[in-house]
Design a protein around this ligand. Structure first.
Ligand SMILES: Cc1ncc(COP(=O)(O)O)c(C=O)c1O
Length: 380
């Protein structure tokens, strides 16, 4: 079966966060992490069917959806998840905040590696926790955990580590031994490990993802895993996500912190999630292929055709983390926006001098954006 990822769909005037930011201006939006593709046909069919029913009362997850997730974890990761370990959420940003609220006292510390997805940086202070950041270090042409710095950052009041695996924005698909070392230190120091694996179905380099919680029984008991169909199947606006928490005590603290504040997913979100996970693997495989093509085009353009810009290989995600320091621009994101390309500003990720480019779009859109970047730099 073939899928048309080349189709350019006009998203202007559809209430799209990504596109409305530049409403009325000629700017190609390549910032927030949603894609410009239509969701797979089975997802659309499931939504049509649910809408056709016409009654939208409070929803619970369909039993089949829970079964599909349990089977998916077993099949992909040989991970025997019990249905009761799944905690439903309307998004993973709320989950990051719930984790920060659930553990420790006011002023205790939450650690994370930077650069980081901005809600990782915002969640601790919003939850009256102190954020402690550990910069990733560059090694062998990519970003990696600085274990020594991580060990030094651990204090008696360290309560939680927010880990992004695979890593937005740097595009790393970490190796087992890297995650294992970090996770073991968390166990040793009684730091709850929150492993955000929202990008786990978007591995581009042909390798397999492994959930942090599958590394050892001790690590499983100390880990809160966050997953969602949203990034992969392009349904982030439908608000359906989940945590997997095997440790009953962690789970009940998480649920208590979530209670009555965080809403449950809605009927459309559940319907889309079920169809995505159950019926769309062929679409996902084709998507990965298309994204790989986009990634290669971005890497070729940035690394070979634009002096002053560089990026690492994107092993996972549809996000390229571009180093602009060679251009000495005072405000790189603004510079590119003025040139007609909307990128995420690295400053917001604690990565000044970088911009993040979302290549989850049809090739025509991608080439237009890259062309504008190239011309803008050539004019400098
Ligand atoms: C690492 C990570 N976590 C969470 C999210 C968003 O979560 P949600 O839309 O489910 O709140 C994103 C979106 O880009 C992300 O990259």
């Amino acid at each position: 079966m073939s899928f048309d990822f080349d189709a350019v769909i006009d998203r202007r005037g559809t209430g799209s966060l990504k596109w409305e930011r530049y409403g009325g201006r000629d700017v190609v939006p390549m910032w927030v992490a949603d894609m410009d593709f239509r969701s797979p046909a089975p997802v659309l069919a499931a939504l049509h069917q649910r809408v056709e029913h016409g009654v939208f009362g409070y929803a619970v997850p369909p039993t089949e959806l829970v079964d599909v997730i349990v089977a998916r974890m077993e099949e992909k990761y040989q991970w025997a998840v019990e249905p009761g370990w799944i905690v439903w959420l309307p998004g993973l940003v709320p989950a990051l905040n719930v984790v920060c609220r659930a553990f420790g006292n006011d002023g205790d510390e939450v650690l994370t590696f930077t650069p980081a997805y901005p809600p990782f940086l915002a969640a601790p202070p919003l939850s009256r926790k102190t954020l402690r950041t550990i910069p990733l270090r560059r090694e062998g042409g990519h970003f990696a955990f600085d274990i020594e710095a991580f060990e030094k950052a651990i204090l008696p009041q360290s309560r939680v580590l927010l880990l992004c695996h695979p890593h937005n924005p740097v595009g790393r698909r970490y190796e087992r031994d890297e995650v294992q070392r970090v996770a073991e230190l968390c166990v040793e120091h009684h730091i709850v490990l929150c492993s955000d694996e929202i990008h786990c179905d978007l591995i581009l380099d042909g390798q397999e993802h492994f959930p942090t919680a599958t590394l050892s029984p001790e690590i499983a008991a100390n880990t809160i895993t966050l997953m969602a169909p949203s990034k992969t199947f392009n349904v982030p606006g439908l608000n359906c996500a989940f945590a997997i928490i095997s440790n009953g005590e962690l789970r009940s603290r998480f649920k208590k912190a979530r209670a009555a504040i965080v809403p449950h997913p809605n009927a459309l979100g559940y319907a889309a999630c079920l169809a995505a996970y159950r019926d769309c693997e062929d679409w996902r495989v084709a998507l990965i292929d298309y994204l790989r093509g986009n990634r290669d085009i971005v890497a070729q353009c940035i690394n070979e055709e634009i002096p002053g810009l560089s990026m690492d290989d994107v092993q996972a995600t549809y996000l390229a983390w571009i180093d602009t320091t060679g251009l000495n621009l005072p405000e790189p994101a603004r510079f590119f926006e003025e040139a007609g390309v909307g990128l995420s500003d690295g400053k917001d990720f604690h990565g000044p001098g970088y911009v993040r480019l979302n290549f989850g779009c049809p090739r025509e859109t991608l080439l237009k954006g890259l062309d504008r970047i190239k011309s803008a730099v050539a004019r400098l």
